[in-house]
Each structure stands twice: as structure tokens, then as C-alpha cells.
Write a protein that binds this ligand. Structure first.
Ligand code: PFF
Length: 447
């Protein structure tokens, strides 16, 4: 297969920052710490490490190979690699549909986060009493206009970066934001672990409790590993199509995975010690970030105001680089069909903002029907679609792509050695990852 030239990332470092930007997001900072604590701390972590490095990273490598080999989007890449079986393109299309749905709920939560950042800056949040945060959040999330305004603002920022282009927009912004994000996170960790009583939070996060590691917990670990690494929906195929020709795919996948994993763990270290030190109990999802953490920030005294600003800024920026990747994947698809980048980005943005607004309205009295659209989309994109797409992707890679093509791509056309590490990952892609994904899928459906 020959590769055609098109715009892409200028350097491996830029590519790693962009893909790590996609991976590091709300899933790391908000979702990972909570499920890790819930399903047995250190015990969950063990299973999670296995899924992240032996399944998630395999998928990332596979998507990068498919993307760089074809320089196409998921909608066309599968059938280009396997012209005699054009029906494989449906896997790519399903992935893109999943990205669209994820982007819609992602925008709702990002809109909330941006609003909380704004309220931290203006001091509104600091003026709420410790018992009033639940009502404050519920009032905000269920109001008809304000959340949608923040969704639109957040989306406008996302679209601006995507319209600016792959290297001048995405790569440049990621190279700037990702190191900044790590600095913010480390500052938060230092503040959190130096509080009196912080050790209970560390224990909650790391102490292994195998009795809590249920089947549901194992499923959650796999779902989280896929979501967190942004794999299974073809977004990494699109980023793979922008990789420099001399990029060492397996090495980059490893750096991105390591970075994503440590940022998730650091987020737990930033959140739980502070939560326990302030006498709060960890709760799930929105409750933790928008109801419990503001109480923690208020309890920290003067510095709490700054910590609140830093935390919500961190969350907003992490969400931004992930939303960029989702919008980019969809934009690239229309772009590939001959539409200009700017028109594609605007068209996708307009369509997705409608779905996000409807999902946001499903929290309030203005909801259109009894279906809670947000919860429905959350379930669909969290538990079902990504593992299905991931399984089909890895099946294609391991069993339907030519082995010579894969090894050629992993070795950069023979310029890199095909050592044990590459062979081991190819083995994982062929046998371990599809089997593990299938088992977990079947267990999930049966369960
Ligand atoms: N990986 C992101 C997170 O952890 O928040 C979410 C995400 C981004 C999922 C891009 C899927 C995706 F394609």
C-alpha cells in the first residue's frame, strides 16, 4: 500500500503530546480515582495495569498502524487494507458514530467544568455554604440556558483549534497545554498530601482490598482502560494517519500509555487525600467533582480559592485536548469526503451541539420525554460501544491485516529492528487482546 502525502504532526514529540492530550481527560481526573477506590484500590490497580498495558496499548498500536499505513480515516482505512471485504468499513463508521456520541456527553460535562472554573474565578463558588453545594449544582445543571451557553463556549474553543489545523492547531496547543497540565496536577498533589489526615485518602486509593474487586469491577477496569486511552473508536486511527513516517509507533504508544496511566494515578493522589483530610466521603461522578470538592476547597481557607481555580482549570484543559481529538476525527472524515476543513468542523460542531443541548436539558424540567438522554448516552458510550468497536478493530488487525504490512509499519519499512518487544505485542494483538475483549464483552452481556 502506498501512502499519500497530507498534513500531519511535525515531530514525534508533538504527536505524543497530541495523542496524550486525547487520552488524558475527564476520564483520568474524575472517573479513574473514584472507580479505583470503589473496586478495591490496589487490587483494582493491578487489573487496570494489565488492561492498560496489555490491551489498551495493543489497541493504540493497532490503530496507529492502520492509520499511518493508509493515511485515511476509519471510514475508509479498513476497506483500503482489505478491498476484498469492503464491509469492514462499518467498523470504522461505528467508531465514528461512537465518537460523535461521546463528544456530545463530553461537551455537557466540559460545559459544567468551564462554568465551575468561571465561578471559581469570580468567587461565586466560594460564597456558597458547605451544605449548599448539592443544591447549587442541581440548580445549575437543570437550568435550561446557562449550561448550554458554557457548552457552546467550550465547543467554540475546541472548534477553533481544529480549524487551525493538525500541526498549527492541535499539535501546537497540545505541546503547550500538556506540560502545563502536569505542573498544575503536581502542585495539587503536593497541597493534597501535605494536609493533616491525608494518609486515609492514600490508603483508600492504594490499599488492596480484593473483596471489593467484583466481576463488575473487572468490567469497569476494561471499560476505563479503553476510554482513558481513547482507543476503540478510531480516533487514534486518525491521529495515526498524521504520524511522521519515522515515528517509532510502539515506542510512542508506550509513552502515551505511561503518561495516561500516571496522570490518572496522580489525579487520585490530588483528590482523595484532600477529601479525607477535610472529613468528606468520596462519592460518584458529578457528586465528587461538583459537590464534594468545592466543600474541600472551601475548607482549605484562603488558599482554597486558588486551589479551586487551578483544579477546574486543569479539568477544563484536560477535557479540551480530548474534545479536540473527537472533533478532529469527525472533521477529518468529512474532509476526506471532499469538504473543506473549516466547513466540516463547523458542520459537525453544529450537529453535536444540538445533541449535547438535548442531553443537558434532560437534567431539567425542560426535558422532552421521560428518557434521560444523558444517562442513556453515557451507558451506550461507556459500557457497550467502545468494547464492541475495540474487539472488531483488534480482530481486523490481528487476523485480517497482512502480517508483513504490520511488521513493515512497526519497523518503519525495515529501518528499525523487529525485536522481541514488537513480536510480543503482535502476539498480544492476535491472541490475548481479542480473547480478553470477547470474554469481557460476553460476561458483560450475560451479566
Ligand atoms: N480519553 C478521554 C478521557 O479519558 O477523558 C476520553 C476520550 C477522548 C475517549 C477521545 C475517546 C476518545 F476518542
Amino acid at each position: 500500500m502506498t501512502t499519500n502525502s497530507k498534513s500531519g504532526f511535525n515531530s514525534s514529540f508533538g504527536a505524543i503530546m497530541a495523542a496524550a492530550g486525547s487520552a488524558v481527560g475527564l476520564g483520568n481526573i474524575w472517573r479513574f480515582p473514584y472507580i479505583c477506590g470503589k473496586y478495591g484500590g490496589g487490587a483494582f490497580l493491578l487489573v487496570y495495569v494489565f488492561f492498560v498495558f496489555f490491551i489498551g496499548m495493543v489497541l493504540m498500536m493497532s490503530e496507529f498502524v492502520i492509520g499511518r499505513r493508509t493515511r485515511m480515516t476509519p471510514a475508509t482505512a479498513y476497506s483500503a487494507l482489505r478491498p476484498q471485504r469492503p464491509q469492514w468499513r462499518w467498523v470504522g463508521i461505528l467508531g465514528l458514530l461512537t465518537s460523535f456520541l461521546i463528544l456530545a456527553i463530553y461537551l455537557v460535562i466540559s460545559g459544567w467544568t468551564l462554568n465551575y472554573f468561571w465561578e471559581s474565578v469570580t468567587g461565586t463558588l466560594a460564597s456558597v455554604s458547605n451544605t449548599g453545594f448539592e443544591a447549587h449544582f442541581n440548580h445549575f445543571a437543570s437550568s435550561p440556558v446557562r449550561p448550554i451557553v458554557f457548552i457552546a463556549l467550550f465547543l467554540a474553543c475546541t472548534a477553533l483549534v481544529v480549524i487551525a489545523g493538525v500541526d498549527k492547531g492541535i499539535e501546537r496547543v497540545s505541546k503547550l497545554l500538556m506540560p502545563f497540565l502536569v505542573v498544575l496536577l503536581v502542585l495539587l498533589c503536593i497541597r493534597s498530601v501535605t494536609l493533616e489526615g491525608a494518609s486515609a485518602g492514600i490508603a483508600y486509593l492504594f490499599q488492596p482490598d480484593f473483596t471489593k474487586l467484583t466481576g463488575e469491577g473487572i468490567l469497569a477496569a476494561l471499560g476505563q482502560a479503553l476510554f482513558s486511552l481513547s482507543v476503540g473508536m478510531g480516533v487514534m486511527i486518525v491521529y495515526g494517519s498524521y504520524l511522521p513516517v519515522d515515528d517509532n509507533i510502539l515506542k510512542s504508544s508506550m509513552w502515551i500509555t505511561v503518561c495516561d496511566f500516571f496522570i490518572a494515578v496522580l489525579s487520585g493522589v490530588a483528590i482523595f487525600p484532600a477529601v479525607f483530610a477535610c472529613g468528606q466521603t468520596p462519592t460518584e461522578g458529578p457528586g465528587l467533582v461538583y459537590q464534594v470538592l468545592p466543600v474541600v476547597f472551601n475548607s482549605l481557607g484562603g488558599i482554597g480559592h486558588i486551589v479551586s481555580i487551578v483544579f477546574f482549570l486543569l479539568l477544563t484543559l484536560a477535557a479540551l485536548t480530548s474534545a479536540i481529538s473527537l472533533l478532529e476525527a469527525l472533521t477529518a472524515w468529512l474532509n476526506e469526503r471532499g469538504m473543506k476543513r473549516v466547513v466540516s468542523a463547523l458542520l459537525i460542531s453544529l450537529s453535536v451541539v444540538v445533541l449535547a443541548a438535548l442531553a443537558s436539558l434532560s437534567f431539567g424540567d425542560g426535558k422532552l420525554c421521560d428518557l434521560h438522554l444523558f444517562d442513556f448516552l453515557d451507558k451506550l458510550t461507556g459500557a457497550y460501544l467502545p468494547p464492541i468497536c475495540a474487539f472488531l478493530t483488534i480482530l481486523f488487525f490481528g487476523w485480517f491485516m497482512k502480517k508483513e504490512d504490520i511488521l513493515d509499519e512497526l519497523s518503519n519499512h525495515g529501518t528499525l529492528k523487529v525485536g522481541y518487544f514488537k513480536v510480543f505485542y503482535y502476539f498480544l494483538a492476535r491472541f490475548v487482546a481479542p480473547l480478553a475483549l470477547l470474554t469481557v464483552l460476553v460476561a458483560g452481556i450475560v451479566g
